[in-house]
Structures are given as structure tokens and as C-alpha cells.
Design a protein around this ligand. Sequence first.
Ligand code: KG4
Ligand code: ZN
Length: 346
Amino acid sequence: MSYGNKSKEGLLPRYLLAIESSCDETAAAVLSHGELIKSNIVSSQVEIHREYGGIVPEIASRKHLEAISLVVSEAVERAGIGLTDIDAVAITQGPGLVGSLVVGLSFAKAFAVARGIPFTGVNHLAAHLASIFLEPDTPSFPFIGMVVSGGHTSIYRVDSMLSMELLGRTRDDAAGEAFDKVAKILGLEYPGGPVISHLAAKGDPAAFDFPRAMLPDTPLDFSFSGLKTSVLTMVRRLERDQSSLPIEDLCASFQEAVVDVLIKKLILAARNNDISEVVVTGGVAANSRLRQRLSSEASREGIKAFFPSPGYCTDNAAMVAVAGFHQLKAGIKAKVDADVYSRQFS
Ligand code: KG4
Ligand code: ZN
């Protein structure tokens, strides 16, 4: 992963304001002395997008624009400080929805320039990986880090806060996207992850044998589109043959297929790299079946699994603050002409 411009002088901000607006959450947080999250405000647009069964990018950027000043003011107020106490800003620069990212970046730039303070552009995936450092129990470097969200499913070897190597990624849908699409197929609401997880708890994970794409030629890559199609085919067949769908069994069996693949590949990455700590981050890391099964299966292999608490798995600005703090400490600051990027290249 690459970071902006590196200057010689590092910075240790006393009060760092972080902003996240890459998708459908407008979030702001204040980090004090690189250690303590003083406030963490998340304004979700989920109710608005639910009506459409998924995120509508144009609506998302307009809602960010409406929310951002209020969310930042609330974060500063809850932190018990004034705007003039903030001495640096961290902002998600990409990947994500361009229109949404632009709202956050423009706000951060204007704020930083007006106040004459530095700002740093944070990679959203690096921020998810950094979210584990919001917890009291942290891994040591190097560790295997996985980001499983609505937009990404990637495995990294993380050597430091600023250096991570991509080991594998999804070739098609992200795991969270698979949850969202399967929810839609089953007539459930958006986002699919929490609702499928809830229903799956009452279902039989072995009721349907859905495919697990292991991709032997590139074993650390993922593919979830075949699984989604397989659920769709099964649902069509069941709808033809019987009156009501066994929703709970379908949810449990689908979830089990995703969880199986994520666990196998994570443990394989740890073994291949001779690393005994794995970290799972991103919205899907909130999944309780994944948390339970990975914790016990990893420990059988002598591997320790770390998860951020559920509130830090889904998009938030506290994780941006942690990643941003370490960048500023290393002297990585953005220039005023910095632009957003929609896609991840490494
Ligand atoms: O990290 P995140 O908030 O946003 C992105 O960066 O994409 O992740 C959102 C994704 C959605 O696809 C949502 O369905 C999924 O995370 N998700 C879950 C759970 N909670 C959220 N997936 C499975 N189980 C959950 N409990
Ligand atoms: Zn995310």
C-alpha cells in the first residue's frame, strides 16, 4: 500500500480529528495523544438506502454533505474540547464511492487549511486493519490481517502500521456483498449481514450443501459469486416445489459456506507465513458465527485470533484516527491538491 508525501518531521497530535465518509456512514472521531478515543460519532444512512435494497451513490454523497458539519461538531463537543484544540486531521482518501469520499476530503482540507494544521489521507482498508489497536488486547507484528467488508475481502501480511503486503483478495463479490445479495434473494432487508446472522442462529448449517470456492491455483484468493448463484438456484427450485422457504436453514447454510472459506484461507495464510496471530476486521468481522468458529479452530492450530469489538468492525472514524495518527507520527501528510481514489490497487 502506498501513502502520501513523507516529510522529515513527524507529528504527535494532541487532538486528532478523523473523518470517514467512504460509503454510507458519515463518521467523526477525536483521538487524544494517539491513545484515547475521546468521541466516536457514526451517522448511518442505512434506513435511507434500505428502501432501495442497496446503496445509491448519488443519495449517499448528498446525505454526507448534509451530515458532515453536524457529525464533526458533535464529535468535538463530546470530546470536551473546542475546534481550536484540534491540531491535525485524518481523512479517508479511498477506496470507496467517489462522491462520498470527495465530501469528506473537501471538508478535511477546508478545515485543515483554514486552521493552518496538517492533514493526512488514510486508506480505508489500512484503517480497518488498524481498528484492532482500539482494543486493549492487541496483536504483535507481523500478523495476518483480513478485511472482510461490503466492498472488500482481502488478506494481508501486516509488518507494521505502515507496511502491509497483499496476499489474496476476492476475484468477484466481497463477502459482505454476498451477504447483502443473498439477503435480497431471500427478500430480507439491507444490509444482509446482521439479518442473515440473526436468522442463521435458528437454522441448520448443514441443511444445504452450498459450494466453497477454494481456488487451488491461488489459494488465498476468494470467489463468492458462485455461492450467491447457487443460493439463487436453490431458492428458485424450492419456490417451485414448496410453498414456504426454509429461510433460517438457507441463511445458516449460506453463512456456514462463507465462514468455512474465510477460516480455511486465514489459517492457510498464517501457516504459509509462519505467523501465529490473525486479525479479522471489517463489517463481516462482526459476524458471531465467524468469531466463535475462528477463535476455536485457530486455537487448535496454535493461532490466536483477534477481532475488534463489533462497533469498530463496521465503518467508523476511530479506526481512521488510529491509522492517521501513525502516518502523522511518521511524517506522512497530504498536500492541498490531494484527490480521492475509488479503487484499491494493491
Ligand atoms: O466495513 P463495512 O461497514 O463497510 C464497508 O467498508 O463495506 O461493512 C459492511 C458490510 C455489509 O455488507 C454488511 O452486510 C456486513 O458488513 N455485515 C455483516 C454483519 N454485520 C455487517 N456480515 C455478516 N455478519 C454480520 N453480523
Ligand atoms: Zn469499511
